[in-house]
Design a protein around this ligand. Structure first.
Ligand code: NAD
Length: 342
């Protein structure tokens, strides 16, 4: 996906028609997929922009929450899109956080074997992570994101103004992925987080995360190698989410997973202790509980269902060699357990 198709701009929600026309000039109908919270804040702005340009708009509103990222919601969505008689020229707009983005992206990937989707992320997590890269899908009772497809968005339109209405805990959740990026990218990202994100540096922070992810995804779209780096903190993170029965949100679980790996890396003498302490300072600053209250062994047992498991029983996880220097390792669960519990 070209960098030109990602726009990060305050108020971009009022100019959707302009960008829609660029990526889908023959589009006459749009289905907006959103959730009940985002709907109240931003749906009318997007609709107004599209209707001014003569586009017919219909909106599907899902109930917010990870528990609804399931097959029933998917079925309701795709029926809605079919009832709206969307053609292959028409476009789905995903207006919301990662839950909306993943589901709407999968509807776009599967309706008529694939129509265009524009991602309009409205959470910090979705802005810096889930809206970029084309991973779409939903959860099964057996595990997260077990149904899915790669389907690149035609455009990602990021309106940072929308983050103003984000509840504090959702901003914190996004920072969880933000800390992951700080370890992956290096280059002062942790320091930036330590200073504190504000109106002055949020654009810089989001842009750097987006650029990093785009670069990785463009080199390894289907996650055959390099893209696995983006899973830093996720091996354990997914297990923590599941063990908590999804009461611990994704981003926070990723923070816990990332800090656990960072701690192991410090103990092995690979990562400077000060960096780990800086990351803890960031967690404290934003009130992020980075501790893990579950037994690591139990968590790793649950990873058996995780997609990162290889057929020979080995597992991929991302290790931290230093800030801006992370590597993908493949190891047995036993060795990983020893590493993380040293
Ligand atoms: N596709 C990917 O590459 C990828 C990457 C990371 C995470 N994810 C997925 O993302 C999901 C988590 O996404 P999320 O953290 O954005 O959660 P979310 O989509 O559930 O949104 C969190 C909450 O914030 C509300 N909200 C969203 N934007 C708002 C706004 N601007 N103002 C007020 N309220 C707002 C939502 O209604 C919801 O209640 C998980 O399902 C995870 O698996 C996907």
């Amino acid at each position: 996906m070209s960098k030109n198709n990602v726009v990060i701009k305050n108020g971009v929600r009022f100019e959707i028609a302009k960008y829609l026309n660029k990526v889908a000039p023959k589009c006459t109908k749009v289905v907006i997929i959103t959730d009940n919270n985002v709907f109240l804040h931003y749906e009318a702005d997007v609709v107004a922009s599209l209707e001014r340009a003569g586009i017919t708009v219909k909106t599907f509103v899902m109930q917010a929450g990870e528990k609804n990222k399931n097959i029933d919601t998917y079925t309701a969505m795709i029926n809605f899109v079919a009832d709206a008689k969307m053609s292959r020229e028409d476009v789905i707009i995903a207006l919301g956080g990662g839950v909306v983005g993943d589901l709407a992206g999968f509807v776009a990937a599967t309706y008529m074997r694939g129509i265009k989707v524009i991602q309009m992320p409205t959470t910090l997590l979705a802005c810096i992570d889930s809206s970029i890269g084309g991973k779409t899908g939903f959860d099964l009772p057996q595990g997260k994101n077990l149904i899915g497809a790669f389907h690149q968005p035609s455009a990602v339109l990021i309106d940072l103004e929308t983050l103003k209405t984000l509840p504090k805990e959702e901003f914190q959740n996004g920072l969880g992925e933000g800390i992951k990026y700080a370890f992956l990218i290096g280059n002062g990202m942790l320091e930036l987080l330590k200073e504190g994100l504000d109106d002055g540096n949020l654009l810089d922070f989001v842009t750097r995360c987006v650029d990093y992810k785009l670069d990785i995804v463009n080199r390894d779209e289907k996650e055959s190698g390099l893209r696995k780096l983006l899973n830093l903190g996720h091996t354990l993170g997914h297990a923590i989410e599941k063990e908590s029965n999804y009461t611990i949100p994704h981003g926070l679980a990723v923070t816990k997973g990332t800090l656990c790996v960072a701690n192991a890396s410090v103990k092995c003498g690979k990562l400077q202790k000060q960096v780990y302490l800086d990351a803890i300072d960031v967690c404290k600053k934003y009130d992020l509980d980075y501790t893990i209250s579950y037994d690591i062994k139990t968590l790793l047992k649950n990873i058996q269902m995780d997609k990162k498991m290889h057929s020979d029983g080995d597992i991929s996880f991302v290790d931290i060699e230093g800030v801006g220097n992370c590597v993908v390792r493949t190891t047995s669960i036993k060795v990983l357990e020893e590493y993380l519990t040293k």
